[in-house]
Design a binder for this molecule. Structure first.
Ligand code: NAD
Length: 475
């Protein structure tokens, strides 16, 4: 029912024979699902050579033919969505409905990039002298090394694979060792669609060893990483040594601003549902909630009611509305956040504890009366804890919302179009949802500012991230 975990190098699926490896665990039960093989140094070198060869073939393939193969992969992903969703739920914990939505969105991302890859237009700039043609064109960067985390096993890899392939690049991806199955299934779709050997390669291993080896290779021309800020800084440093382009999609600490003119209960329903998606383990998860004073009590009451109604359980069981945390590190982090909040006078309105005695479950939690310098208000929780605090004025809330070094996503609720425009402009963030949480779609740029990283995925910016601009002056 789970999946056979393998490496994929130069069009071949490789199993664990003679290789080191690690167990993959179901976070709902703590039981081992399968053994994951690690790539040896020789495997990594074979993958690099394959990607170099694959790049030559893929670059020479027309954008039209690349798009056809990519769309086929997207269709296979849709056909296999039920199975892949089950694989993801077992390894990562998110509920089946979310898991399936992730797979279907991943297929849409492939389709979007496939189409957009056919529109990588250049331009002709009038020359200063008669007869001179000035051509601006775009070329695929080359071999991409990508590294993805455990919270979205299919979605984070697909953004990188589809972006690279649409641009004409080949890719070597190291997906998460904790949730490898989603990416194995995704790569299978590309392989079964007929993408040529060496164009997509998948490896696993000890993250620091694999990333150091791949990024140092002359074959790799572009790095794309999604994960934590400390690891992002490390990889950006390795990329800088070889002056390699990098896209860094790192952590966030999204502020939510609920103005007094918004319907507090409607806002609470919308944002609480978004908060507890994937048990809060989402980089754009709403994190700090600032509510203007007249609406504060109503908002808190409704949010707490929502949290209390969540049904915790195995994501494959019917009726479950929130699954476990993905690993025991997150449980420890939640306990440390709650202890810090309590020691600072924070009031636990609901939750605050582990749930059950198997797996890594933590209760949906709401904390109030918490100072701005507490852990939950300053460090990315990546879990189901929501701190809600009051504010008085626009300027005050903007200052508080912009006070951290994170800048990935932000949300605001208001019924005034003037306030909507003002808050959208004032927040320092890569993405702002005003009366909306739809900040991540295939067609729109996804990425952060400040320490949340640089570069965008999705949209035309996401495609440009895999291309070099070239100017040809022709006399
Ligand atoms: P972590 O920093 O150890 O790892 C984050 C991810 O980076 C993991 O997938 C890991 O396998 C990978 N990684 C770690 N070291 C690496 C290296 N040297 N080279 C390449 N990849 C490497 O943290 P964690 O305990 O797995 O997650 C905790 C924090 O990570 C969360 O609190 C959150 O801030 C952040 N995170 C962010 C995202 C995101 O979508 N931006 C996703 C997952 C985790």
């Amino acid at each position: 029912m789970y999946t056979d975990l393998k490496l994929f190098i130069d069009g071949q699926w490789l199993n664990g024979e003679g290789r080191k490896g690690e167990d993959v665990v179901n976070p709902a039960t703590g039981k081992v699902l399968a053994r994951l093989p690690h790539a040896s140094k020789a495997d990594l070198d074979a993958a690099l050579a394959a990607a170099e060869k694959g790049f030559k073939v893929w670059k020479a393939t027309s954008a039209y033919d690349r798009a056809k193969l990519m769309r086929k992969a997207a269709d296979l992903l849709r056909e296999r969505a039920e199975h892949i969703a089950k694989v993801q739920t077992q390894e990562q914990g998110k509920i089946f409905a979310e898991s399936k939505a992730e797979v279907m969105t991943s297929a849409d991302i492939i389709d979007w990039y496939a189409e957009e890859g056919r529109r990588t237009y250049g331009r002709i700039v009038p020359g200063r002298q008669k007869g001179v043609r000035q051509i601006v064109t775009q070329e695929p960067i080359g071999v991409v090394a990508a590294f993805t985390p455990w919270n979205f096993p299919t979605l984070t890899p697909v953004r990188k694979i589809a972006g690279a392939l649409a641009a004409g690049c080949s890719i070597l991806i190291k997906a998460s060792e904790e949730t490898p199955g989603g990416c194995v299934e995704l790569v299978k779709c590309f392989a079964d669609a007929g993408v040529p050997q060496g164009v997509v390669n998948l490896v696993f291993g000890v993250p620091a060893e694999v990333s150091e080896h791949l990024i140092a290779s002359d074959i790799v021309k572009k790095i794309s990483f999604t994960g934590s800020i400390p690891v992002g800084k490390l990889l950006a440093g390795l990329a800088a040594k070889g002056m390699k382009k990098a896209t860094m999609e790192l952590g966030g600490h999204s502020p939510v601003v609920v103005f007094g003119d918004a319907d507090p209960e409607k806002a609470a329903d919308t944002i609480a549902a978004f908060k507890y998606r994937n048990a809060g383990q989402v980089c754009i998860s709403p994190t700090r909630f600032y509510v203007q004073e007249p609406s504060y009590n109503k908002f808190v009451a409704r949010f707490v009611e929502y949290a209390k109604n969540i049904k915790l359980g195995d994501g494959l069981e019917k009726g479950t509305t929130m699954g476990p945390l993905a690993n025991p590190r997150r449980l420890d982090a939640m306990e440390s956040i709650v202890n810090d909040a309590k020691s600072r006078g924070g009031k636990i309105q609901t939750g605050g504890n582990r749930h059950g005695n198997q797996g890594y479950f933590f209760q949906p939690t709401v904390i109030t009366d918490i100072p701005d310098d507490s852990k939950i208000m300053t460090q990315e929780p990546f879990g189901p804890i929501a701190p809600i605090v009051p504010f008085k004025t626009f300027d005050e809330v903007v200052e508080r919302a912009n006070s951290l070094e994170y800048g990935l996503a932000a949300y605001a609720f208001t019924s005034s179009s003037a306030t909507a425009q003002a808050i959208g402009d004032a927040i320092q963030s890569g993405m702002v949802g005003v009366n909306s949480v739809a900040v991540s779609t295939p067609e729109t740029p996804f990425g952060g500012v400040k320490e949340s990283g640089y570069g965008s995925e999705g949209s035309i910016e996401g495609l440009e991230a895999y291309m070099n601009v070239k100017f040809i002056s022709q006399a």
